[in-house]
Design a protein around this ligand. Structure first.
Ligand code: PEP
Ligand code: MG
Length: 322
């Protein structure tokens, strides 16, 4: 089995009926790039930049951030690297933020909201990211978007920081792409509007499931209710992917669902072509897609979007993976 997986390493990710798929890696540290490349990733689909902000007592400087982002861009040798701007709050709370007492952190100042509230922090990160973009193919990804104002505000900051850098004679990628995480149900339902203002989107299923089902992803008492196959989740995913495909904008998935080989064929059937996952999942997912015949499986997918009964859904999933 190990041998078979190794043979898959160098194969192109194409389904049995010829549909091309992109498999990227999720990383948390620059050092994770080596493992991503070893497992055949064709880029970084999600670099969680939080590690820089969690491990130190102080905020990282622009220079420290620049070095880390540049290291990832260079390690990936020109392959695309999607770096997510700071996504703190909820489960990830740094020392300097501990005293802020949010009555409900998951609904509080998380992700992009914290960056909107702390523009200096955000602009320092944007400067570091832009400077690093001269050394590889970096794209920016905004976490926890819930309204378009956050995209507009970000563009304003980004344009101002770019103008500053130009004035200082510092080079950066003028055409750097800006994408958004779709992980709040409001953003999922209104995804068409977000797509009109962004270059690409990435689906964060971990949070999308948590917020859709009102189930804390880290609370053991309700973990049995956390269900990626809930009909509401499937419909949201179908809507997000179909809308992006119709508008001709790239859509990828970087939540844990993307790295679950049991779900690979389902996601392909919903129209997903770009997956990003932990490096160790890449070969297992590739193995599952190499054997997939999308045309033949479409009837099962259509049926899965109709049924409400979870036992029936699981039976259909088994058929899909047979
Ligand atoms: C997600 O929510 O699916 C996601 C990828 O982001 P994180 O797990 O870092 O919240
Ligand atoms: Mg998330």
């Amino acid at each position: 089995k190990q041998r078979a997986l190794q043979d898959i390493r160098t194969r192109q990710p194409v389904t049995a009926d010829g549909v091309e798929v992109e498999l990227c890696a999720n990383i948390e540290l620059p050092e994770d790039c080596a493992l991503s490349l070893e497992n055949g990733a064709t880029g970084i689909g999600l670099f969680r930049s939080e590690f820089l902000f969690l491990r130190e007592d102080d905020l990282p400087t622009e220079e420290e951030q620049y070095q880390a982002y540049r290291a990832v861009a260079e390690a990936m040798r020109g392959q695309p690297v999607i770096i997510r701007t700071l996504d703190l709050g909820k489960d990830k709370i740094p020392k300097w933020q501990e005293e802020s007492e949010s009555p409900n952190p998951a609904l509080g100042l998380t992700g992009i909201r914290l960056c909107m509230a702390e523009p200096q922090l955000f602009r320092t990160q944007l400067r570091a990211l832009l400077r690093a973009s001269a050394h590889g193919k970096i794209k920016l990804l905004l976490p926890m978007l819930s309204n378009l104002g956050e995209v507009r505000q970000t563009m304003k900051h980004l344009n101002e920081v770019k103008a500053q850098l130009r004035e200082e004679g510092i080079v950066f990628d003028e055409a750097i792409e800006l994408g958004g995480m779709i992980e709040v149900p409001a953003a999922a339902l209104a995804v068409g509007h977000f797509l009109d203002h962004l270059d690409f989107i990435s689906i964060g299923t971990n949070d999308l499931i948590q917020y859709s089902l009102a189930v804390d992803r880290n609370d053991d008492a309700v973990s049995h209710l956390y269900d990626p196959l809930h009909p509401a989740v499937l419909h949201l995913l179908q809507h997000i992917i179909a809308t992006a495909n119709r508008k001709g904008k790239p859509v990828s998935m970087c939540g844990e669902m993307a790295g679950d080989p049991q779900l690979t064929r389902l996601l392909l059937g919903l129209g997903l072509r770009r997956f990003s996952m932990l490096p160790i999942q890449l070969l297992k997912v590739k193995q599952r897609l190499l054997g997939a015949d999308l045309a033949r499986q479409q009837a099962i997918i259509d049926r899965m979007l109709e049924v409400g009964d979870s036992d029936e859904l699981r039976a259909l999933l088994e058929q899909l993976n047979a």
